[in-house]
Structures are given as C-alpha cells and as structure tokens.
Design a protein around this ligand. Structure first.
Ligand code: DGJ
Length: 578
C-alpha cells in the first residue's frame, strides 16, 4: 500500500549492550522501582498530507529539499566525491541525489558490496547533507546498462525486449526472473540502508529505476510480450478505468472509448490496436514490475519512493521515440492503477515550459517533486516554481557538481537556495494553504513579461523589472516568491523583478506600502532588519496620471538586481477620491 502518513518507532536493541555485568544487579533494582523510559528513534522519513500540500517529514518536521543530482557515475567513487561534498553544502544544498548502480552493489549473484553506499552516507553526514538514493536497477534511461554482468550475459534466464529493429540492451519487462532479481537486489539495498541509517535519517527518499520505457518501438515484440498482449486486461485496471472514467487522461479515455468502453477482454479488445494502445499496455507492465520492486524495498525499509519520467520532447512523434511505457503524463492513470506502492511520479524537466509540465504531474493531493532539471538562472526560477507554485517537496537540478558557477556565492541557484533555507519554515507552513493563499512563485521572461495573481486577499502584478531608474531594456529572466506573513504583510524574494499591489475587491481603495524592509532570518528563525527601504528603493513610476487612473501609487517592491534578496512588506489601503 502507498503510505502517505505513518510513523515508525525503532527500539534501540543495543541500549543494554555497554552495561558491564557487575552493574546488572543494581540496574535490576532500579528497574523494579522506575518504569522503563520509552526510547524511540525519530520516525523514518515519510510523506504527510497537510492541507493543500503533501510534504516530506524528516526527523518529525516538514522538510524542503534544496537538492542537486550528481552525474550518473560520481557516487561510485569516494575519491571523486571527496572535494565535492563541502562545495555542495557551501552552495546551500541540503540534499544530494545519488545513484546506486545494481552492478556495483551485486557484482556476483547474491554477493553484495555496499561500500559505495557507506561512502555516500559518510560523505553526506560529514557536511550535514541528506541523500536521496536513485536505484539504477533494471533500467536507466530505459536501457539496462546498470544490470550486473551476470544478468546481462544470461539472456536465456534474463530475457531482453525485442523491437522491430532488433534486440536492444533492454531487459524485458515481461520476465518474472528479471523482476525478481532486481527486487532481491533492491531489497538488499534497502535492508542495508535501514541497518546503517534508520534513526539517523540521512537517506530521506528513494527513486526506483530511472526514466524507464522502451526505446525504438511502442511495445516489446518478444514472445512473452506477445502472449501477454492476448491475456485478459487485469480486473484491477478495468475497475480503475470504470471508477475514473470521467477524469482519465484524454488519450487513454479515447482509446477505451474508440474500442467501445468494453469491460472485459484482451488488451486489444479494451484499448484497440495502435502504437498508443501498445504504449498503454507497456505502461501497465512497467508499472507492475516496478511496483513489485518498490514493494520489496519498502518491506525492508519503508521510505518514500518515486519514479521519474523522461518527458515527451516536442519533436517526438510516436511512443518509442521517447521511452514507451514510462510514466509520461498521458499514461499516468495506468501507473496509478498498477503501482500503489509508488508514492510519487516525478518529471525530469529539460524543456523551457517548466510550469506546464509541472502542472501535468502536480495533481492536488499527490506529492510533487522535480528530481532533474536545470541549474543556473533557469534552475533558480524553476526551484521557486516547483516549491511555491506547485507546493513541491523540493527541487534538484541534474549534474550539480559541475553545474555550479564560481565563485559559488554568486551562483544563481546557490543564492536562491540560501534564501529558501532562511524561509523554509514559513514556506512549508504556507504551502499547506489553499491556492490563492499563503504562497506564490513567479518566473518571467520576455515572452511572458508579467503575471497577475491573487494572494492573501490582494491582487498582485509581478513584472520584469522596468521601473524608474531601470536601463530601459527589460531583463532576460526574472523570478521570485511571495509568502503571506500576516494580514496585509508578506515576505518576498526576487531577482530582476518588480511587484505591485491592488485591492482584490472592486473597491476604490488604493494599496500603498506602509513599510518595506530588507533583511535576513538568522539560524534561530529571527528576522533581522537590514535597510529600511523607502524613497528611490520603492519608486517604480512618477507617471501619476497613469498610476492614479489605475489606482496605483507608483510604488512597489523593486528587486532590480540579479542578486535576489528577501524583503518584508506591510501594506495599507486608502480611498481614492475623484
Ligand atoms: C536524464 C537522466 O535521467 C539522467 O540520468 C541523465 O542521463 C540526464 N538525462 C542527462 O542529461
């Protein structure tokens, strides 16, 4: 079962171990007088739904992942990683996503070597970073390059998929032997993580496989796959289709509709015969396989687990040009029906339409996370969008150890992470509020130069900074975040941005700035004011005929720099007399 809210307690079996024998009689006497105190380690990291957000709970509190994913091979070498850990912590990350390759941990069948996992734990703990482990098992980017050699070489026992153009290095999803070998190894990994990390919670989440799906064809054409296509569609899927008939993703619903909304029959009977129907068939089977692997891992150590998706690219015309059967948005229904142990389906976003893709995955009530995307300025904007607009668990750009710029203090993502760290308790609290309350993120560029939204009862307009004193050419990118702090009071982060305020209702009132200050939150969470901002620092326009006709004061929040900062603003309202 998928666990959204649960707690674990682990007894400390070693508690009595250090007590020397002669002390035992005295201890027994003491125990007779006093009840044994209940020792329990912090609960394992888990997901918890609170209001509008599903959040990751670590050490008993909501946790915001300010992450970065290492390059694929980095995690396998302690020496390679040695210089990177501190740099990642210095860039204000709190979490590193690191691959655990199957071939490295199970070089011979049943013989495990977890040295690299222990090295990751030590490296991360030394600089107070948490880890999200990425299980590179049967598939990585759809391919089976991370299966151990004893699996790769034994094609009779561990069959490959077959496509119209040949046999790629892709394990067939239709083989129980493939699935069980993967599940055994993943379970061993999770057992090791529990033994080494339960109670310390360095590992906070796990990704199962990586960007799965078949390359080069819409379905596996091996004999076992062809036999499976003729099997009856499982009752579980039929029930899901019936229950969710009105909310199914349109392409899936259309397949079912065009085949006559049948409720019994083979895959071809239920969804027809087309590349899209074959893709759906593959999605179900990938999801069932990965659900079994996930369940085996959770049985050993029940951490939140997610599956990441290779996103369909604009040039892709058919399933197979992108990995067919992976958790792409249009087949997520099949994944949801088939993989109840998987907690989250997450997009790897390497396209500019970041918010559009997030929206396809951030279903209200489900948790949301972006495990791979851009670093740099785009990353800074995306991190705010994932966290502030889609109430995500966090954000993580790919290839982090080579994507941070020097000096690190000026890296755009490191700068935004520094501010998100300070604001994290407030962000996590305000994420739980319904849309339009609590929190909003802004990401703008010349194609999308401004945005209007409502927050905490105010109409707000965020725009590329073009205010008074600007150089006239709008910036290429602006981003920000605004968080409710009390009635008419907000914290905001911004870079290259201006924000103005108006009444939400149709009253004639104008919203002015009662006070604006910049500042920082110290480690204890106390706000320390920097400059009290006024005068030129709040002025956007002296064009009063225009400003007053729009019930504006000419003032607003000016984030006229690429270096983002935190401002606190208190608003007031006054009537416009004409
Ligand atoms: C997406 C994959 O999930 C990553 O492992 C990596 O291969 C990147 N693509 C490369 O950009």
């Amino acid at each position: 079962m998928k666990h959204i809210t649960h707690t674990h307690t682990h007894t400390h079996r070693h508690l009595l171990a250090p007590i020397a024998l002669p002390a035992l009689p005295a201890l027994i006497a003491l125990l007779a007088l006093a009840p044994l105190p209940a020792f329990s380690a912090p609960a394992a990291p888990h997901l918890q739904k609170t209001g509008a957000a599903t959040q990751l709970i670590v050490d008993g509190s909501p946790y915001l992942i300010l992450g970065g994913e290492l390059h694929n091979s980095s995690s396998t070498s302690r020496d390679y990683m040695a210089p990177h850990w501190k740099r990642l912590a210095d860039a204000n990350l709190n979490t590193v996503l690191a691959a655990v390759p199957w071939d490295v941990i199970e070089p011979a069948e049943g013989t495990y070597d977890f040295t690299m996992v222990d090295d990751l734990l030590a490296g991360a703990r030394a600089v107070n970073l948490r880890l999200v482990l990425l299980w590179f098992g049967s598939w990585k980017n759809g391919l089976s390059h991370y299966a151990p050699a004893w699996v790769k070489a034994d094609t009779a026992r561990f069959p490959r998929a077959l496509t119209t153009t040949g046999t790629p290095e892709i394990l067939s999803v239709f083989s129980d032997a493939n699935r069980d070998a993967d599940a055994r190894a993943f379970a061993a990994l999770m057992r090791h993580v529990r033994e080494k990390d339960s109670g310390q919670n360095t590992v906070i989440m796990v990704q199962v496989e990586n960007e799965v799906g078949l390359h080069g064809d819409s379905r596996d054409r091996s004999a076992i796959a062809t036999a499976a296509l003729a099997n009856p569609v499982p009752a579980g899927l039929i029930t899901y289709l019936q229950k969710n008939r009105d909310t199914l993703a349109t392409p899936l619903r259309n397949l079912w509709r065009d085949a006559g909304f049948k409720t019994a029959g083979s895959w071809t009977d239920i969804l027809g015969a087309s590349p899209a129907a074959e893709e759906a068939f593959m999605a179900w089977h990938y999801a069932r396989y990965i659900d079994a692997v996930t369940a085996a891992g959770k049985k050993e150590y029940d951490l939140p687990m997610f599956v990441n998706a290779w996103i369909v690219q604009p040039s892709d015309e058919w399933p197979g040009e992108y990995p067919a059967g992976g958790p792409q948005a249009h087949v997520l229904d099949l994944w949801r029906a088939a993989a109840p142990h998987v907690d989250l389906f997450t997009p790897d976003v390497y396209l500019p339409a970041f918010a559009k893709i997030c929206a396809e995955y951030a279903r209200p009530g489900d948790g949301f996370f972006v495990p791979e995307s851009f670093a740099g300025e785009a990353g800074a904007a995306n991190a705010l969008t994932a966290i502030g607009r889609f109430r995500g668990l966090g954000y993580s750009p790919f290839g982090i150890e080579t994507r941070l710029t020097d000096p690190i203090a000026k890296d755009p993502l490191a700068r935004v992470y520094a501010l998100l760290r300070q604001l994290a308790p407030r962000i996590l609290e305000q994420q739980t509020k319904p849309a339009g309350e609590g929190i909003m993120a802004i990401s703008l560029d010349p194609q999308n130069p401004d945005e209007r939204f409502t927050l905490g009862g105010y109409d707000m307009r965020a725009a590329l900074f073009t205010g008074w004193g600007s150089r006239g050419t709008p910036p290429e990118r602006a981003y920000g975040l605004i968080i409710a702090a009390g009635p008419g009071e907000f914290y905001a982060i911004g870079a290259n941005l201006q924000i103005t305020f108006a009444t939400k209702d149709a009253s004639t009132d104008t919203i002015g700035l009662a006070a604006v200050e910049e500042g920082v939150f110290d480690a204890s969470g106390k706000w320390t004011r920097g400059r009290a901002l006024n005068g030129d620092e709040i002025m956007l326009s002296y064009d009063f005929p225009v400003q007053l006709s729009q019930r504006q004061t000419g003032t607003g929040l000016r984030f006229n720099s690429t270096a983002p900062s935190i401002m606190r603003v208190k608003l007031y309202r006054y009537p416009q007399a004409k």
